[in-house]
Design a protein around this ligand. Sequence first.
Ligand code: 0X9
Ligand code: ZN
Length: 428
Amino acid sequence: MVLKIFALFLLIFVQTSFGKYEQYQGYTVYGVVIRNQDDINFIQRLQSELDLDIWRAGMPGARHADIMVGPKQREMFVKHLHAQGMEYYIREGNVASKIKNFDEDLIKWTKSRQNVEVYNKYARVAEIDAYMERLAREYPNIAKVVTAGLSFEGRPVKYLKISTTNFEDPSKPIYFMDATMHAREWVTTPVALYTMHRLVESLRDEDRDLRDNVDWIILPVYNPDGYEYSHTDERMWRASRSFNPEIHEECRGVDLNRNFDIFFMEINASSNPCSSLYAGPYPFSEIENRHARDILHSHLDRIQIYLNIHSYGSYILYGFDNATLPANVAQIHTVGAAMGAHIDGSKLPNMYDYLIGNSRFVLYPASGTSQDYAQDIGVPFSFTLELPDMNEYGFLVPPQYIPQINSETWAGIAESARLASIFYRARR
Ligand code: 0X9
Ligand code: ZN
């Protein structure tokens, strides 16, 4: 009997630990050359027809598309590309072994270094929360941790408020940033944590204005359930982890960036609960989005910038997705372009330049995004930031690159905060 139970446990253990990689067996990432708008539209159609996982959309002359294709989709996918006369190549022949190697390298890297700062690695939620608690404890006059509420699975969703005047000075603009709305986009959280580090623990003289004149709200793990799940079970998980058996007996999760109440379900979103682009049953069905909505609305008079951090592709995007532009688009573009230029000025040689512009035209149309929602309710500067993948790693950016991505991105964030402050003063 004991032996039987032991064997059962062993089986479950072997299955889950194998499953982590086995589920990606036969998955390939294709690089596809995008020539024009027709190609973009064609890939969009193919995505919904074959339920493809598009890692990067591509841009004529500037970026190839990266598309993960499963063994069942492959034949049709290639057939369609041939019919369309599109050029493609295999970027990653075996996603399963790529993820396995990434995990193994990560373990080796972690073992070989001690005391890596929380913002220079892929820390788990508990460690991230503990970091924010420590900052608040050690710098009580500047930093406060707030629990927005719980995630679907009951994890506290925490953010840090940074202010030299306890958020009470209405003459200061608020900069609200969030990261890891999409679970697999791990490299985004370090950027949010590094921003805290630079503002609270290691302020440089040249950045004093940013702490004195701006109040900050930094939400480093928007989607803690998805993020933890992407560590433990499914590395390429994107959505939340909500579950409603009345809607679907097995499939979980909603794409949080399709679930806001703006252009809901109009384009590039799915009504299939098993798709990674599932928009959810109705706008704001997801508790994590209701928390972000509450933050936006409770400080709406002062939030000057909202920065929704994703990866990857090196883009700075702004609304709207219905092919209209915000009235202050010239200012928005100015701030976005300055942010991009400052990042480009500090990046490694031979890395892509940032592309800056309206999200629909520069990337692809989407509906129900937080970027459009924030812009629509009146945040003057609402951006999606897509961090770099160092030109080749997709979502699996080796941790060795985190300090570089942190510092170059900080250069852009700092510049955007300065410029937005100028516009904030002009607005009042
Ligand atoms: O598709 C998304 O939600 C974002 N890209 S990602 O690869 N990180 O998933 C882009 C959202 C902003 N784009 C638009 N509003 N169109
Ligand atoms: Zn994303």
